[in-house]
Design a protein around this ligand. Structure first.
Ligand code: HEM
Ligand code: HEM
Length: 126
C-alpha cells in the first residue's frame, strides 16, 4: 500500500475515534458522571489526535507509511488501542482483574508507537 493511501485510512480511523470520544464527552457533561474521563481523554488523544497526526505526517512523508515497520505500526496500534480502551472502560467500572490486560495492551501500544518513531526518524526526509 502507498503511503498516501495509508494516510487516508488514518484520517478515516481518526474521525471514528473523534465521533465516539466526543459523544462520550457530551454524555459525561450531560449526565454529570465523569468516571469514564480517562477513556474519553485517551479515545481523543490516542485516537483522534494521534491518528490525525499519523495521517498528516504520512501524507507529508509517504515513505513513513511504507514498508514492514509501517505495517507493524498500523496493525499493532489498531489492534491494541481499541482493546486497551475497552479494558480501561472495564477498569473504570471497577473490574480490577482486567489490569493485566490493560498493562499488556499499554506495552503493545508503546511498541507500535516506537515503530512509528523509528519510521519518522529514518524515513522523513525533506
Ligand atoms: C463536545 C466535545 C467535548 C465534550 C463535551 C467534552 C467533555 C469533557 C468532560 C465532561 C470532561 C471531564 C472533566 C472533568 O471531570 O474534570 C472532559 C475531560 C477531558 N477531555 Fe473532553 N470533551 C470534549 C472534547 C474533547 C476533545 C476534542 C479532546 C481532545 C482532543 C478532549 C480531551 C479531554 C481531556 C484530555 C480531558 C481530561 C482533562 C483532565 O485531565 O482534567 N475533550 N471532557
Ligand atoms: C500507551 C499509551 C498511553 C498510556 C498507557 C497512558 C497512560 C496514562 C495514565 C496511566 C494516565 C494517568 C491517569 C490517571 O491518573 O487517572 C494518563 C493520563 C493522561 N494521558 Fe495518557 N497514556 C497514553 C497515551 C497518551 C497520549 C498519546 C496522550 C496525548 C496525546 C496522553 C495524554 C494524557 C492526558 C492529557 C492525561 C491526563 C488526563 C487523564 O487522566 O485521563 N496519553 N495516561
Amino acid at each position: 500500500m502507498s503511503g498516501s493511501a495509508r494516510s487516508t485510512i488514518w484520517f478515516r480511523l481518526a474521525v471514528i475515534y473523534f465521533a465516539v470520544a466526543v459523544t462520550l464527552g457530551v454524555g459525561m457533561g450531560a449526565s454529570g458522571d465523569h468516571h469514564l474521563m480517562p477513556v474519553h481523554a485517551h479515545l481523543n488523544l490516542l485516537g483522534w489526535v494521534s491518528m490525525t497526526l499519523f495521517g498528516l505526517i504520512t501524507h507529508r512523508f509517504p515513505a513513513v507509511g511504507e514498508g514492514k515497520l509501517a505495517l507493524f505500526h498500523f496493525w499493532v496500534y489498531n489492534l491494541s488501542v481499541p482493546v486497551m480502551m475497552v479494558a480501561l472502560t472495564l477498569r473504570m467500572n471497577g473490574m480490577v482483574a482486567i489490569e493485566p490486560l490493560l498493562g499488556l495492551t499499554s506495552g503493545i501500544t508503546w511498541l507500535a508507537v516506537m515503530a512509528f518513531v523509528i519510521q519518522v526518524l529514518t524515513k522523513a526526509k525533506s
